[in-house]
Design a protein around this ligand. Structure first.
Ligand code: MUC
Ligand code: MG
Length: 371
């Protein structure tokens, strides 16, 4: 059944507490949601999330919407969504970059297709391998005592035993002390990682990672700016603690270069960064071939975006570092009728038809805003 229309919504969804990253503090997360309708009136829905307008990455919510409305929609109207890979190849010939926009459109075609076949979307990606995956929580309240309290409570609830600490804002030495204080408080009960979000130069990274490694921190995510693959390679060979590429690992070509130059020995997958589910599977193949460990990353999507990532990650054989698909738990509200389930430190992969979550159209309207 051919695609008849494409509707793109920008939503601001409030968080349960401020979420502080090196470059931006999230109090309202901006989501972009797509609805594709076919000629029979069937719908396919998808979501991507963005962080801090243009401060995290190049894809802003407004650019995603405008570029889809103007340049991508005309390339998919009248096409059969079941040909999503062929259609995306066609789009790549006319639209450069714009990975988040491409990811949003591909996922909506996947949802439409899976629903028409009455199967979960992971059936279109070779089948589900994992029924659940480990899930980290990000401690990012901006306050050490509050982070410790949060970690202890979540351990007690058996919701998370892997914590990622957002650092990189302010004095690097204070950042390290903050991390080590939390590590001391939670001890061996939890695994702690840090995400610097590109905030350090190489000298700072060398000094800080040495102390973090000694302190038992188990992963260092994107310590250097995206342009500094050579620096990332030097850190990777110097330290035993895994160095993870996140913002520097977007397209399949980026990931190939990272693998080739060992500019990181682990990669944070994010469906939106790679330009869609199909491309993310290709990133996973590059990593598998190069012996690079994979992590199921998030841009802090709500339930729909999280279901898309969860279903895709569930088809990848080796998710060495687990996932951080905690997004829905950071929001005050949801845009789907059913919630993602978390149990015993893991996310349960939704396995209903499509992405396994049903959109709540009233909520989409309620949280929508104009450009
Ligand atoms: C990022 O940089 O990884 C993921 C978890 C979180 O707290 O922020 C995001 C973005
Ligand atoms: Mg990151």
């Amino acid at each position: 059944m051919k695609i008849r229309s494409v509707d793109i919504y920008i939503l601001d969804l409030p968080t349960i507490r401020p979420h502080q990253l090196a470059m931006h503090t999230i109090v309202e997360q901006t989501l972009v949601v797509a609805c594709l309708t076919d000629e029979a009136g069937n719908e396919g829905w998808s979501e991507v999330a963005t962080i801090g307008g243009a401060s995290y990455g190049e894809s802003t919510p407004e650019a995603i919407k405008v570029n889809i409305d103007r340049y991508i929609s005309p390339l998919i109207i009248g096409k059969e969504p079941v040909h999503f890979d062929k259609i995306m190849y066609g789009i790549s010939k006319h639209v450069r970059g714009n990975y988040f926009a491409k990811s949003l459109i591909e996922a909506a075609m996947v949802d439409l297709t899976a629903r028409s076949k009455e199967v979960p979307a992971f059936e279109l990606f070779g089948g589900q391998i994992h029924k659940s995956l480990p899930v980290a929580w990000t401690l990012a309240s901006g306050d050490t005592d509050r982070d410790i309290e949060e970690a202890k409570e979540l351990l007690h609830q058996k919701r998370h035993n892997i914590f990622k600490l957002k650092i990189g804002k302010g004095d690097p030495i204070k950042n390290v002390e903050h991390v080590l204080e939390i590590k001391k408080a939670v001890g061996d009960e939890a695994r702690l990682t840090v995400d610097v979000n590109q905030a350090w130069d190489e000298d700072t990274a060398n000094a800080c990672i040495a102390r973090l490694e000694d302190g038992g921190i188990s992963m260092i995510e994107q310590p250097l700016p995206t342009w500094n693959n050579e620096g990332m390679a030097r850190l990777t060979s110097r330290f035993k603690v895994p160095i993870m590429a996140d913002e520097s690992a977007n397209s399949i070509q980026d990931c190939f270069q990272i693998a080739k130059h060992r500019a990181g020995n682990s990669i944070a997958l994010k469906v939106c960064k790679a330009g869609g589910m199909t491309q993310t599977k290709k990133v996973a193949a590059i990593a598998e071939a190069a012996g690079i460990g994979l992590y199921g990353g998030t841009m802090i999507e709500s339930s729909l975006g999280t279901a898309i990532c969860a279903q895709l990650y569930s088809t990848i054989p080796e998710m060495k570092f687990g996932t951080e698909l905690f997004g829905p738990l950071l929001f005050k509200d949801t845009i789907t009728v059913n919630d993602i389930q978390y149990e015993n430190f893991e996310i349960i992969i939704p396995d209903g038809v499509g992405f396994g979550v049903e959109i709540d159209k009233e909520k989409v309207q309620h949280y929508s805003r104009e450009i």
